[in-house]
Design a protein. Structure first.
Length: 411
């Protein structure tokens, strides 16, 4: 099928004026698709509705092509998982539209812009949009029941809705936010890549993004915002669940003991020690209850807490909730079937209280894992047991902990 000559022209213009976008847009097969509303991209094809194309001027068309390229360059086609498609599209748009504008390009009127989301990943934005949608649903349910709405979660104030706090980012274009979860305007959607060779395609695009960035740098045409985005987009993803399991298992003491001789050599009259793994001490988990860690992340973290409990069988499982103070403590003995209560709290964030509580209550941790956004005051004293900080903020932007190991939690 012949490509619309206007798209051909604007791809050529991107190659000349914006080599980063130009090199990447040439990797996509352009296809006409009247079944879509605007444009779409899936990592291989770039689809467009010719009726929508006719509504765009040349500069807007160039911006839309750059918009679609950034969806793929940021990995939005590979990382959606089981998320809601419409909300994932909104999150991706909030993440990339400011980058298109900061590169000096134009986008159609009414695209999604919100200064709260500047510099955040699609995953972070998706989590916040999901949280706001839940709070809006609770508020509506409360009003229908004749009760005053409560925008907070777990006893604390919730984040503002986009309509309350949205503000345009740049270029004088108006942002459009709407109510959480509502259908929002988009100049082009991102679709998950459906091929069986997804890991290969993702790796190929990461290499292409690095090469395009280097070529643009050589010509002095890679804006600082894009440079930061490239570094984030090609950074290897780490499965935080595997890190948590490894961290917990490493805290399990293993040593050779004569109390349990190695049976393989007893028939030879040799009394040799065997590798013995005694039950570990208490496994301590702390959940940040300040409201900065969203429900979806808390739920996945709770599931991993139980996985560690059942696989390692610690003496006790201790789960604390903490904002500026410890707001709830749950303790389960080995052999229990834990059912974790909802997170309780909602104030600010300070990290010292759980470590002080460990000492005050005589808890003997084999390790402590703290789920938080890392935005708080750290304790001055370094504990004698291993600590893992599970950061919901990307490590490149998170506060650096003065002790312990850090892992980025992406849900």
């Amino acid at each position: 099928m012949t490509i619309d000559p206007r798209i051909t022209k604007q791809r050529r213009e991107l190659v000349l004026s914006q080599p980063f976008f130009g090199a990447l847009v040439l990797r996509l097969n352009v296809v006409e698709d009247r079944s879509c509303e605007t444009f779409w991209v899936d990592g291989v094809d770039l689809g467009y509705n010719p009726d929508y194309l006719a509504t765009l001027n040349d500069l807007e068309l160039r911006g839309v092509l750059a918009h679609e390229v950034l969806h793929v360059a940021n990995g939005h086609t590979w990382r959606m998982g089981a998320r809601d498609l419409e909300r994932w599209n909104d999150a991706g748009d909030y993440a990339i539209n400011p980058l298109v504008l900061s590169a000096g390009m134009l986008l159609p009127k009414g695209v999604l812009l919100d200064s709260r989301f500047l510099g955040k990943s699609a995953e972070e934005i998706y989590g916040q949009l999901t949280q706001e949608a839940k709070q809006a649903a609770k508020k509506e349910q409360s009003s229908q029941n004749g009760k005053p709405g409560n925008s907070g979660d777990a006893g604390g104030p919730g984040p503002q809705s986009p309509a309350q706090s949205a503000s345009p980012t740049t270029s004088g274009q108006s942002g459009s936010s709407g109510a959480p979860g509502a259908s929002s305007p988009s100049c082009g959607e991102v679709r998950p890549y459906a091929g069986a060779d997804l890991p290969t395609k993702e790796a190929e695009w990461k290499i292409a993004v690095i090469q395009a960035a280097k070529a643009a740098q050589m010509h002095g045409k890679l804006p600082g915002d894009l440079q930061a985005m490239v570094g984030e987009a090609v950074r290897p993803a780490v499965d935080w669940r595997a890190v948590l399991q490894r961290f917990a298992q490493q805290s399990t003491p293993e040593d050779y003991s004569f109390a349990m001789p190695n049976r393989r050599y007893l028939h030879l009259g040799l009394y040799l020690p065997s590798l013995h793994s005694p039950a570990i001490a208490d496994a301590v988990f702390v959940r940040d209850s300040s409201g900065s860690v969203f429900d979806e992340t808390q739920a996945q973290f709770d599931a991993e807490i139980l996985t560690v409990f059942y696989s390692l069988r610690p003496a006790r499982l201790v789960v604390m909730d903490c904002d500026t103070r410890v707001t709830q403590v749950q303790i389960f003995e080995r052999g229990d079937s834990p059912e974790l209560l909802p997170v309780r709290g909602g104030g600010g964030t300070a990290f010292a209280a759980p470590f002080e509580r460990v000492i005050a209550d005589g808890i003997d941790p084999a390790f402590l894992v703290y789920l938080t956004d890392m935005n708080g005051k750290f304790p001055a004293a370094i504990p004698h047991y291993p600590v893992l900080w599970a950061s919901t903020t990307p490590l490149a932007r998170a506060k650096k902990a003065p002790f312990g190991e850090c892992v980025e939690v992406i849900c």
